[in-house]
Design a protein around this ligand. Sequence first.
Ligand code: HEM
Length: 503
Amino acid sequence: TETILLAETETTSSARPLEPKESVQEIEEWRQKGEKMSLLLVLISVVVGMVGLLLRWNEVRYGRRGNVRLPPGTMGWPLFGETTEFLKEGPSFMKRKGLRYGRLFRTHILGCPTVACMDPELNRRMLLQGESGGLVPGYPQSMLDILGRNNIAAVHGPLHRAMRGAMLGLVHPAAIRASLLPKIDAFMRSHLDGWSGCVVDVQAKTKEMTLLSALNQIAGITAGPLSDALKTELYTLVLGTISLPINLLGTRYYQGLQARKKLVSMLEQMIVERRSSIQAHDDMLDALLRSGDDGAREKLSDEQIIDLIITLIYSGYETMSTTSMMAVKYLSDHPRALQDLKREHLDIRKGKSSEEAIDYEDFKSMAFTRAVIFETLRLATVVNGLMRKTTQDVEMNGHVIPKGWRIYVHTREINYDPFMYPDPTTFNPWRWLEKNTESHPHFMMFGGGGRMCPGKEVGTVEIATFLHYFVTRYRWEEEGRNAILRFPRVVAPNGLHIRVQDY
Ligand code: HEM
């Protein structure tokens, strides 16, 4: 009937009577077209049905758990879940889902069924709850494979306590005062030499600074062929940890694993040399090789020492380099903040000769510098969230997060909370002087609980020392327009170029 009707419509619209032979032929053509259309409709229905089924697959697989009350949400496609949207949209994905399902919702990202949490109070509780409450770190496989099975983020229980204890032993305030700050000071002076009269890419310089300074503190390595070789492998390793774990020639993951192998053999070589040397070295490698000799704590194996060194470099790399770069950017854009910062550092230099280093008391007096660093960390959020994995069913606000699921503790939003930070999108370092937000229970820029960042203080010391020499030696202005991307990583895609002059 449909075919005939269509044929009739055609006849009417063409306004020309059909010859009998012609009309039979046209009717036949229309019949065939109609058949094709029906087939197409069937095909479309099948595809739509299959898509529906596929979309239901994860729901059925993870969503129905007897009487267990899972948080609301959707699980997306089989295997991929909602990873693409999560990575592409970033904070907007979280906001969109949050508006629809509330601040605790289920999803499927990075290959795992996951509960994402944007509620500051729940986030705080989860970080404090830790292992005893069934929560251990749940970082992606590529990261764990490349950083090594002993890396702090991969271990829990007694091994975590041992590795964390060793790490804290290297960066506690007494070590910063006696050994790390003098090294950082000497390093910054030479790293900042010769910038005057040049156009400098601050992004490249701060990345190099973070790696070289870490190598210097770890094994007294200074710029040269060894640091160049280590730097190349470390850059490749970092990229590998944020890739899909596909171990095929040419993938970033494959390259990351290769870089790890090379780094491990270089570090093994260094350990052999250290053991055969009679000379004592005042650096982290020596401290790690000697740790446990006094019986106060268990001795670390060489493999553990190597994983600890790699984790130490890795954890500080992006956080520190990006924060240093963004501090320069915010100071360029906010002359009044730069003026106050300069005043603080020029006051410190007043009583010193140009060659004299800054000491721990100087650092402690840098209240405004600390405020600039924290305000930079807040606005240019490097760590958007932390990952945990459940080792048992975990109850959370009347919902149950099943054993084996991931939890994405999304800490980013709190940085823009207007109650905690009035006028939250404005760069206002003075706010940190007015209120001691650092001790607010919802201050989570360095995590919280038993996994709170052990590098918080040494990291702040390093950025403060960089700023000290930068602002007391130089003035600068931005060269051209430098775009900054905020997501998925805070990055200047074409660099952050500044023209530098002597102060
Ligand atoms: C501005 C700089 C830094 C920021 C914003 C930062 C942030 C963080 C955060 C949020 C965590 C918690 C991770 C979690 O709970 O899963 C963390 C852990 C960690 N950070 Fe930092 N970090 C910084 C600098 C450093 C530095 C310089 C080092 C090395 C000296 C370091 C070493 C570590 C280590 C080893 C952990 C793991 C601790 C554990 O699991 O017990 N961080 N950091």
